[in-house]
Design a binder for this molecule. Sequence first.
Ligand SMILES: [Zn+2]
Ligand SMILES: [Zn+2]
Length: 98
Amino acid sequence: MITVYKCELCNREVSQLTEHHLVPKERGGKDFPTANLCITCHKQIHALYTNRELAARLFTIDRLSNDEKIKPYFIMLLLLFLHSSLNKKRLMLQLLKH
Ligand SMILES: [Zn+2]
Ligand SMILES: [Zn+2]
């Protein structure tokens, strides 16, 4: 059986989660809550923001998901999702034809 986890940021179901310190450890976040994120989201966050930005204003999932800078990433995820479900539909239609 495959265990499925849910990413707290993009809400996708994934096979592996990583722990993100909402306030980076080097900014004194050792005792702050962590969030369980998929690898893609986690990489994206650290590519977009510095630890200082994360500690100063993006220390909750809510704040992160409403930030302007991360919106294009969510749009991309949505497009990818639509794309893959369209392909699935096409595949189904193809299968039905035969
Ligand atoms: Zn995610
Ligand atoms: Zn992190």
